[in-house]
Design a protein around this ligand. Sequence first.
Ligand code: NAD
Ligand code: WQD
Length: 340
Amino acid sequence: MNVLITGGAGYIGSHIALSLLQQNHQVIVLDNLCNSSPIALTRVEALSGKKITFHQGDIRRRADLNQVFNQQPIDAVIHMAGLKSVNESLQKPVKYYQNNIAGTLMLLEIMKQHQVNKLIFSSSATVYGVPEKIPLCENCDTGNTTNPYGASKYMVEKIMGEVVDAQPELAITALRYFNPAGAHPSGQIGEHPEGIPNNLLPYLFQVANGQRGNLPVFGDDYETPDGTGVRDYIHVMDLAEGHIQALNHLKPGYRHYNLGTGQGYSVLEIVQMFEQVSGKHVPVDMRARRPGDVAICLSDPGQAKKELGWQATRGLEAMLRDAWRWHTQNPQGYMGSETL
Ligand code: NAD
Ligand code: WQD
């Protein structure tokens, strides 16, 4: 298949590009590089021995999308392009709604124009907002979101359901990722957030390599076994394989699936496992709870197993080992690496 990945130069998109190439699909990437580097794609090409067709452009621009869809036939789209910082979305909601919602509307319009009917969408466990119950299954309530980022994912899912009602030939699957982590085992591609990391693992790695003093632990008084927050971390290669399975099972209609492991780890369990894997000591600094955080967020991944034949196979140790390898081999991310 010719598969277009919007946002394909990003953290998760680059891993999906690699998996698709390894399954002999043709990969086309549209990315405006607002949070990524084209070097990720050259690394994916080197790892796979195959070429990617890259277009630098913006999903909000009709002309950019038309150029991509006119240049070659597209069989399916994996729509990853979007902004993802919860914090920033609280400061700049219009920017988030513009990018994540208006950009998706433009994509849906151009897909219709070019009669492309297959779409996989990067959604998030954040659509569940404050969990109604644990573990979260697909028929749990959604929409009780706590920030514009989460609201944008919820609204896009809703829009997609309505668009499918009006265009029954469309096949759309939204994948609700839990907490993506890890990197390709080669250490060649991975995640490198700009500035001070918001998320646990990137922050922990920067403490471990001496870039930051100690790891703030946000809350030790949650109703969890050790008092710290529990999350369902999922290896990015498992996520990538989940997309391939979703693509293989696409059929007309709108569907959504959790992509998680169903296994939760607390902040302190992560620190402990990381210390074992890396041999590094990570000093922690107990702080107050971070506003907006919940105690536990955990998936029931059963529906994806039943209907897509997919389940995560990599555990926490592999996530930490692979991400740490990427981090130590690329302490500045793709910066300072070879140019295109
Ligand atoms: P990322 O920032 O690494 O990748 C997103 C990519 O989209 C970047 O390469 C960026 O340059 C590109 N992009 C953003 N706006 C664009 C636009 N208007 N036009 C073209 N390209 C644009 O993030 P990621 O972690 O790889 O996440 C990918 C998707 O998965 C996002 O939609 C994100 O919301 C979703 N998601 C991520 C997580 C996570 O924790 N990483 C969890 C759940 C869902
Ligand atoms: C994990 C745990 C923190 C940093 C976010 C988004 C979510 C999704 C995934 C996109 C929590 C604790 C963190 C730190 C800490 N993204 N923590 N010290 O908040 O579960 O999910 O990323 O869709 O929408 O909200 O991930 O990695 O920020 O936090 O103690 O420096 O680590 O309190 O318990 P989160 P996270």
